[in-house]
Design a protein. Structure first.
Length: 396
């Protein structure tokens, strides 16, 4: 499914062009990067340009077919480049290393400590498991370049083993975790914490905008580009950019500090409860592609929208359902966050699939949901460490 949207690019020239936003126009002409460099996101730079220059950092992300979002960082002196997932669902930074002989490592960029004059070795080991892969390795310190910021003396993992096939085929090299330090493996200090401790960002928060790829028009098989397609996605360290959202940010207190965990009041469709009766817990996770929840609850939603499993294990649905199905509404801290069918049904030229995924994660507080990229594409998200809260607003 990840390659299907690429095939439909050939029909682009035949599609109708809607009125474009400034951001979309700049992207199409290859001018967005230059624009962002000249038009700083920090208003203070107008009055104190020298002091503000390094206080807000914008890290561009590439949108890989609405499935994964990753950006390029540099590690070491001189910098060795890696593509990493910026993941609010974990806390460690790690990349493949020359010590790793797993097939997954040989298929990606590998960090070589001997080629960095600023690398410091340790005797510590690290082991991290994800839902789709795992790694074991050693910890070291070096300078990490993220969005123009030089994050010195940053601890990170150098993988020695990466078992399984998922990481072999992944379009990214490693992962940069943005959750709290108390869930970091081996007690490693996360990148954002190290930035803040060194005074490299002006506010103890970061924000995320995830763009949407073009989706094929059901009647013409053309692609209509929404938002910023492959480019345009960003992580903003130390700042908030109001041009990415409409209205005001609604702030949601964390129910637990570790992951970016919040309380969801209810989940409804057509005004009727469909899941999460009596409230439930959810994690806002940029590293998860879909919208995940308890298997029974997700099964109810799949049945409601008419999705069924095919021979590949995908939950497929008629593309025409996009025009007929209701929004699914997440009520969070008293505010409704609707997801339209165009958000929770994923479209490609081979058909449509559900953006929901069943996954049981046992917790002391009951059922747990993961508000992944399907949700975050619709809502600009601010991750506020200073006040232990998440801010949400509809994307512009």
């Amino acid at each position: 499914m990840k390659w299907l949207l690429l095939l439909s690019l050939v029909a682009l020239s035949e599609c109708l062009i809607k009125k474009k936003s400034l951001r979309k126009t700049l992207i199409e002409h290859g001018l967005l990067e230059e624009y962002l460099k000249k038009h700083t996101l920090n208003p203070a730079s107008k009055y104190f340009p020298k002091e503000a220059a390094t206080m807000v950092s914008t890290q561009p992300l590439e949108n890989y077919l609405d499935m994964e979002y990753f950006g390029t960082i540099g590690i070491g002196t001189p910098a060795q480049e890696f593509t990493v997932i910026f993941d609010t669902g974990s806390s460690n930074l790690w990349v493949p290393s020359v010590y790793c002989s797993s097939p997954a490592c040989s298929n990606h960029n590998r960090f070589n400590p001997q080629q960095s004059s600023t690398y410091q070795a340790t005797s510590q080991t690290v082991s991290i498991a994800y839902g789709t892969g795992s790694m074991t390795g050693i910890l070291g310190y070096d300078t990490v370049q993220v969005g123009g910021i030089a994050d010195t003396n940053q601890i990170f993992g150098l993988s020695e083993t990466e078992p399984g096939s998922f990481l072999y085929y992944s379009p990214f090299d490693g992962i940069l975790g943005l959750a709290y330090p108390n869930i970091a493996s081996s007690g490693a200090t996360p990148v954002f914490d190290n930035m803040w401790n060194q005074g490299l960002v002006s506010q103890d928060l970061f924000s995320v905008y995830l763009s949407s790829m073009g989706t094929p028009d059901i009647l013409t098989s053309c692609i209509t580009f929404h938002s910023n397609d492959e480019s345009g996605s960003v992580v903003i360290f130390g700042g908030i950019d109001s041009s990415y959202y409409t209205g005001s940010l609604n702030w949601v207190p964390l129910s637990a500090e570790g992951y970016w965990q919040i309380t969801v009041d209810s989940i409804t469709m057509n005004g009727q409860p469909i899941a999460c009766s009596g409230s439930c817990q959810a994690i806002v996770d940029t590293g998860t592609s879909l919208l995940s929840g308890p298997t029974n609850a997700i099964a109810n939603i799949q049945s409601y929208i008419g999705a069924s499993q095919n021979s590949n294990g995908e939950m497929v649905i008629s593309c025409s359902a996009i025009n007929n199905l209701p929004d699914i509404v997440f009520t969070i801290n008293g505010v409704q966050y609707p997801l339209p069918p165009s958000a929770y049904i994923l479209q490609s030229q081979e058909g449509c699939t559900s953006g929901f995924q069943g996954m049981n994660i046992p917790t002391a507080s009951g059922e747990l949901w993961i508000l992944g990229d399907v949700f975050i594409r619709q809502y600009y998200a601010v991750f506020d460490r200073a006040n232990n809260q998440v801010g949400l607003a509809p994307v512009a």
